[in-house]
Design a protein around this ligand. Structure first.
Ligand code: AMP
Length: 287
């Protein structure tokens, strides 16, 4: 049975989605940019290239089995999809933003009757209902930041990552409504019918992310220091310790180290007299 996965064909999530698939071993070739769907070479998998915001609908309706999109899009769709894996990119937040000089500190300070421009009407309505505010939601398809300036709206609800676009448009973030990142999402029906095949793809992608966040560290350390090394180089189930031919004093130590711990690990190795310290990037790490 063909497995159908959807990824965004353009926009912020597109390039990284293609990169993750190809690093995971699912080759969709070079000219994917002009196609609606591509068959993965040598596998019974089809990759659909569609808009990020359409993916929740396609997954919900069963037209595709699973897809990569922003969790903001899933939330806005209102469908109860299953999140198989957070992909640790496309981080952003859906926020209420008000003009710079406004005294508004949070949604609670927004007066009834205010006009809110957004391309996320469902999340916005749900938020203001939940805090008992009666506001006028103006649905737009983009460039929300300009709406207060044009006098079309009093404030906006829009996606923010660095905040620089808000600043440029003299807006200030007043409250975060939803925190988002890219994820692999599916439906409970697809999970029942194709769980195993979908897990294979999801785990392959997970292994790419896991490898990117870590380095393979190798060093020669004095044999007498192995217990010391174990304290700061946990590795996966402990560091690998190997004999070095013709050298009774030193042993070779290898371990997978998270990127954030690499700096300290190397310094600690130097302090205990390690030599030949080197780090390698990994392509995939299946835990
Ligand atoms: P796009 O197709 O470029 O409109 O991207 C859509 C998705 O990118 C959004 O639904 C978010 O999940 C994600 N995204 C991440 N950062 C931002 C940002 N600063 N502004 C808009 N979308 C973002």
């Amino acid at each position: 049975m063909t497995l159908k996965i959807a990824i965004p064909n353009k926009g912020r999530l597109s390039e990284r989605s293609v990169e993750l698939l190809s690093k995971a071993g699912l080759d969709i070739g070079e000219d994917w940019g002009r196609k609606l769907y591509v068959s993965v070479k040598g596998r019974d998998i089809e990759v659909m290239l569609v808009r990020a915001q359409d993916i929740p609908e396609f997954v919900h309706s069963g037209a595709i089995d699973f897809g990569i999109t922003g969790l903001d899009q899933v939330e806005e769709s209102g469908y109860a999809l299953e999140n198989m894996l957070n992909l640790e990119f496309g981080h952003c937040r859906l926020s209420l933003a008000v003009p710079d000089g406004s005294p508004v500190k949070s949604g609670m300070d927004i007066p009834d009757g205010s006009r809110i421009a957004t391309s996320f009407p469902k999340i916005t309505k749900r938020f203001f209902e939940s805090i008992g505010k009666k506001v006028d939601v103006i649905v737009i398809s983009g460039a929300a930041e300009i709406m207060p300036y044009l006098g079309v709206a009093d404030c906006i609800v829009d996606l923010v990552s660095t905040g620089s676009t808000l600043k440029m448009n003299r807006l200030r973030e007043a409250e975060v409504l939803f925190r988002s990142q890219a994820a692999i999402v599916t439906s409970s029906k697809a999970l029942r019918e194709k769980k195993e095949a979908m897990l294979e793809v999801t785990e392959a992608i997970h292994s790419v992310i896991a490898a990117e966040n870590r380095k393979y560290l190798m060093a020669n350390v004095p044999r007498s220091m192995i217990t010391e090394v174990e304290k700061f180089l946990p590795g996966i189930g402990g560091p690998t310790v190997l004999e070095i031919a013709g050298n009774g004093e030193m042993v070779a130590v290898q371990a997978v180290v998270s990127y954030s711990q690499l700096y300290d690990a190397i310094n600690n190795l130097r302090k205990i007299g390690a030599t030949g310290i080197l780090t390698l990037s990994m392509e995939r790490l299946v835990e």
